[in-house]
Design a protein around this ligand. Structure first.
Ligand code: CDP
Length: 237
């Protein structure tokens, strides 16, 4: 965690005027890439992810096929123009890690056993990065999979929490992420409160950790509602 003299909270308000538990403006859309089987675009403030889903489709090369199950392949990529300092093209260690944890966060909602020898491919492109990109990617992937008509036992909701200036906050922007005492990205199945991703960078007491998880589960219900509305909007057109 980097250190700064800049206050992250002034008179109870965060850098962008939010209260500790406020989320940024959330925008969601599905069907944004007509060539894909399913697609979505999701923004949390200035963080924007676009996702294309293909499949279930036959998996090649064949030696990767599972005879008793399908697999999900997940690629998270940050566009070179998504951050102020141009991001080097090509996969970084960070992107490889995020691809893996996001795949594991989504996998439990899919019925992969029903699709032996196939793959569901999820491609995430971060167009703008201002903190919390992995959870934005997970929300977008969940929507794009539903848009593709892939059977799912629940949607997956992603939201970050953390601590700045001794205050627990939700939905960290880039600066808060960089200078936080702790940041906690989390994903869960909203109908069961089953957590599928929980990471932590920094230091928190056990009680603070539990409180952040509770806050995320609570505020995440709003994200779930927006996901459902977004899907209904498209399919009632
Ligand atoms: O994006 P997320 O919070 O899931 O993951 P992170 O690795 O903790 O990155 C935090 C933030 O740092 C990102 O959201 C970006 O705003 C920023 N970042 C950046 O400016 N340049 C990079 N090469 C990677 C991340």
């Amino acid at each position: 965690m980097m250190k700064t003299d800049e206050k992250m909270i002034v008179k109870g308000k965060r850098l962008d005027g939010r209260k500790p538990d406020d989320l940024r403006k959330i925008e969601m859309e599905v069907g944004v890439i007509p060539n894909a089987d399913g697609s979505s675009k999701v923004s949390f403030g200035k963080t924007t992810a676009i996702v294309a889903v293909y499949g279930p489709r036959s998996l090649f090369p064949r030696h990767l096929q599972e005879s008793e199950s399908g697999i999900i392949q997940f690629k998270y990529d940050m566009a070179t123009f998504s951050v102020d300092d141009r991001k080097r093209p090509g996969p970084s260690r960070r992107e490889t890690e995020i691809s893996k944890v996001a795949r594991l966060a989504i996998e439990p909602v899919l019925f992969l056993k029903n699709y032996p020898k196939t793959t569901v491919d999820v491609f995430v492109e971060i167009l703008q990065a201002d903190g919390s990109t992995r959870v934005t990617a997970i929300n977008a992937a969940s929507l794009a999979l539903a848009d593709a008509g892939v059977p799912m036992r629940d949607l997956v909701v992603g939201l970050s929490g953390g601590k700045v200036d001794d205050t627990l906050i939700l939905d960290l922007c880039g600066k808060e992420d960089n200078y936080s005492d702790a940041d906690v990205p989390m994903a869960f199945l909203p109908n069961k409160n089953e957590i599928t991703l929980l990471q932590m960078d920094g230091r928190l007491t056990p009680e603070e950790t539990k409180q952040i998880i509770r806050n995320i589960l609570h505020a995440g219900k709003e994200i779930y509602k927006k996901q459902v509305e977004t899907l209904k909007r498209k399919y009632s057109e």
